[in-house]
Design a protein around this ligand. Sequence first.
Ligand code: SF4
Ligand code: SF4
Ligand code: SF4
Length: 474
Amino acid sequence: MKWGRRFPSDLMQVGLIRRVVRFHPFQFLLILPVLVVVVLASISMLLGVWHPGFNFGLVLTWVVWWGLLIALFVVVGRGWCLMCPFGAFVDWLQRLSLWRKRTWSLGFNFMYPRRLRNLWLGIGFFVVFIFLDAGYGISNSPALTGGLIVALILWGLWVALLYDRRTFCRYQCPLTVFIGMSSMFAPFEIRRKDAEICQQCQTKNCFKGDEHFYGCPMFEFPGGGMDTNRDCILCTECIKACPYENITMRLRGWGHDLWARKRGLLDESIAGVILAALVTVVSLFLVLFLPKLYLLVNPLLPAGTPPNDWPRLVSIGIIYLGGIAVALLLMYGFSHLSRIFGGDKSITTRFFFTHFGYAVIPLGIMKFLSDILDHIFRTWGAVVDVTRALVQDFPLNRLMLEEVTVKQLMSAEQTYFLQTIMVGIGFGASLYIAYKLAGRAFLDKVTAFKVFLPMGAFIFILTMTALWALSAAL
Ligand code: SF4
Ligand code: SF4
Ligand code: SF4
């Protein structure tokens, strides 16, 4: 029997899957246990031991959750958003219902301003989010992590009261650009089956909803030919709402959205380059330049105790901006080279920049994963201990430090070896995407290969900076 027959790529052909995703409270039942864990983690951060390695909430947030979030990109895309309680609060507040359809809703339901319907704000929020960890050490502070969670909830609820559907999740959540762009790599998609049925369809329930189900909370219109995972939070509402059962969940090749989109967008392309830059060029610059820059800035600004040490914060800020600028300039330079190699002067450098920015995303995802891997291997013993401590001393989690088993699952050299392999996989995947993108832009294979070469060189440079940053941190 063929593999395809035993396990169809159209997952809605599997009876159990079909029944589960059509079950009305499906998403709520996934969110509920996560919400319980988030509440426990928050209590632990508020009342538990304040040591970063031994606080249940902190270890769970920055080892388990962060690792899970990134690992899901490689499997199902925005899998975290499907079970995220912060996004669910938006729905629950607006609908005043956990899953059942109501005919009225709470809030003003304003449309988000058209000029803000892009990724620029989201990119800025994500860079600030990552900077806050490097500069303020959020992942080492129960108070700051707890404060961030509270701020996110209040921010989301405020936006939910003002704007329609999940405006917060689509445009403002500090993670939406990271999750959205990375989910384009996943070998999984929710899409319409037959375009003709959608053209004949009068109801467009997948977008508008009906008396039993809501329309897409992320403003997507799957029946209109949605061609990217970027904003699909996998809620399955459109699958339930479509009266013709014309929406399905499919498996596909890794990275499909990254090269098969109808057209590239500048904000997406820049987002892709910035995601990769944060874990390649910026990581390397932090290792190489932070101590020297700190010495330069220190006499100019009032020093303090970290994290409130202005010279350190400003130095890290400069390195972040500098690293991102270098990566974008490099991308622009290599895009210009692609234009020259392509030999067609009517095509602009901006076209190449916009077209090829998606290619570096796999490298960025694998470097993010390799960074969290190091963290997991160093702290895995703590995950078991802090969970035991929470159970024994609920809800205070007052773990005595000497009770923690500090185990190193792998030596630093073994971890580095594994990280190198992961970055190598990211390198190969990025090269593949760049090659496919070149083939989509130029039917002539020789020209396609020529324009691919500068992009291959750019990906190679980013990969080398990633490996250098990893080895420097050894
Ligand atoms: S976009 Fe942000 S808030 Fe919304 S579901 Fe995803 S992670 Fe949660
Ligand atoms: S997916 Fe279903 S509801 Fe949406 S347009 Fe197509 S047929 Fe209509
Ligand atoms: S496209 Fe469908 S599954 Fe994706 S977010 Fe919209 S309603 Fe949910």
